[in-house]
Structure formats: C-alpha cells, structure tokens
Write a protein that binds this ligand. Structure first.
Ligand code: NDP
Length: 242
C-alpha cells in the first residue's frame, strides 16, 4: 500500500471534523486532531493519531502541535481548517463579543493554519489545504451577519491563497456546506433563533444530509490526483430551499 501522509484536522471533536477523523483513520492516514475538547478526540482511540488541545486563535499553540506531529509522521500533506463557530443574532442586538469570536475563530484560525503549512508545501511543490466556508460564504441568511462576514471572508482568503499557491502545485479548496445537523447551531445564545432555524429545516424537509456525507465529499476531493483541483464545493440537502 502506498504510504499515507499526515492529515491535520482542526475542530475534530465533533461534527464534520470528527467524522473526517474516523474516515481518514479507517483508510490508514496518520492524523493530527486539534480542538479544545481533547478528551472527545482521544475517546475515538484512532490508530496513528495524535490529539492535541489547541485553540486555533492561538497561532503559537497551533504551530507547536503541527510541528510535533510532523516530527513523528513527516510533513503535513493535508490541512483541513474546519474549526468554526456560528453564533446567530441580529446586527441590531447581538453582543459584539460574539462577532469578535466568529471573526477570530473562523477567519484568523484559518489564516493561522495556512501560514503554518504553506512554506513547506511551497518548497516541496505539493500539499492540499481545505477551508470550511459555508453557503453563508456567498449568500445572505437572516441573523447571520457576522457569520456571513466570517464565511465570505474564508471564501475570499481561500481564493487569494489559490492564486498565490497554484504556481507551486499546492491545492487550495473551499467547502461550502448548507445546513447539516451537528453541534454548530447549539452555541447560538438566542433560543428563538435556534427554534426558527430548526423549524425552517423541518418545514422544507432539509434534514437528511449528515456530517458523514460532508466528510466523505471532502475525502473524495483530497484523494483526486494532485493535478486535479475541485476549487469550490457547495454541498447541501437536496430539499434545502435557500
Ligand atoms: P461543530 O460545532 O459540530 O464542530 C465545530 C468544531 O470546531 C468542534 O470540534 C469545536 O471543538 C471546534 N472549535 C470551535 N472553536 C474552536 C477553537 N477556538 N479552537 C479549536 N477548535 C474549535 O460544527 P460543524 O462540524 O458543523 O462545523 C465544522 C465547520 O463547518 C465550521 O467551520 C462550520 O462553520 C462549517 N459549516 C457547518 C455547517 C453546518 O450546517 N453544520 C454549514 C456550513 C459550514 P472544541 O469546542 O472542542 O474546541
């Protein structure tokens, strides 16, 4: 079997990240899993896997964890910048701390990850970076102002990175999921918004797509040959109407 190279996944303690961790491990990839709830990642008990408690807003901590994994498994071939938060609220009333948190985790966290792996990917003319944006990265949804700002941001910064890295044969991919059931919505502090969001999904029937479907799609994009780039992937439930 061809040697599998190091895959780094941020936000691997739940949702898409956790499903990706399981799927990549099943196929024998060495993994570095990062999130704040390290016990959830350790509980997966995956082979050839390092789990580190890292907050992606802390660039030094993130870099240290990636270098430690590279010392064991070799250079990062795939970085999946998946960690993210969604705190929905109206511009009129939402606390600015929630806006700041989304911009710090969703945008700065992704930039920190990219800056950590880009030099070695450029030098060896290979590697893949996958950034999680959202359908809220190219269209508006009510009560999503700061989340949209962060995810439009991810899409923009990823397009820029693609321009900078394509001459070096480094692939840069944006994933733009629609609504998929994970823990993401639960962190919103306004219960009326959570209720409205769930009612919308139920009413249109957009409830069948799973985190596994998203994980499988991301793995498929990575496993295409290095010369083939799925630049942006929009993935949502067939019944999603917006
Ligand atoms: P979950 O809430 O289930 O998972 C989010 C992950 O991010 C968790 O593992 C969490 O771990 C981690 N995380 C959050 N903050 C930080 C931080 N500061 N540092 C490190 N890790 C952090 O959500 P999803 O799986 O749904 O979301 C994954 C990505 O997909 C996000 O970027 C999200 O915006 C995006 N997305 C999701 C959609 C959906 O409908 N589910 C739709 C479109 C995009 P911990 O708390 O342990 O640190």
């Amino acid at each position: 079997m061809e040697d599998k190279k190091l895959v780094v996944i941020t936000g691997a303690s739940s949702g898409f990240g956790l499903e990706m961790a399981k799927m990549f491990a099943e196929d024998g990839y060495p993994l570095l899993l990062l999130a704040r709830r390290v016990e959830k990642m350790e509980a997966l008990n995956l082979p050839n896997t390092l789990c580190k408690k890292v907050d992606v807003t802390d660039k030094t901590g993130l870099e240290k964890a990636i270098r430690a994994a590279e010392a064991v498994y070799g250079e990062t071939d795939l970085l999946i910048n998946n960690a993210g938060v969604m705190l929905l609220g109206s511009i009129e009333t939402q606390n600015a701390n929630e806006w700041q948190k989304m911009l710090d985790v969703n945008v700065m966290g992704v930039m920190h990850g990219m800056q950590t792996v880009i030099p070695s990917m450029k030098a060896r003319k290979g590697g893949t970076i996958i950034n999680l944006s959202s359908m809220a990265g190219y269209q508006a949804f009510e009560n999503h102002a700061a989340y949209c700002a962060s995810k439009f941001g991810v899409r923009g910064l990823t397009q820029t990175a693609r321009l900078e890295l394509s001459p070096f044969n480094v692939r840069v991919i944006t994933i733009e999921p629609g609504a998929v059931k994970t823990e993401l919505l639960e962190h919103t502090t306004d219960d009326t918004i959570i209720k409205g969001y769930n009612e919308w999904k139920e009413s249109v029937g957009a409830v069948n797509i799973t985190a596994k479907d998203v994980a499988k799609t991301i793995k498929f994009a990575y496993e295409l040959p290095q010369s083939v780039l799925l630049r942006e992937i929009v993935i949502c439930d067939t019944m999603q109407d917006a």
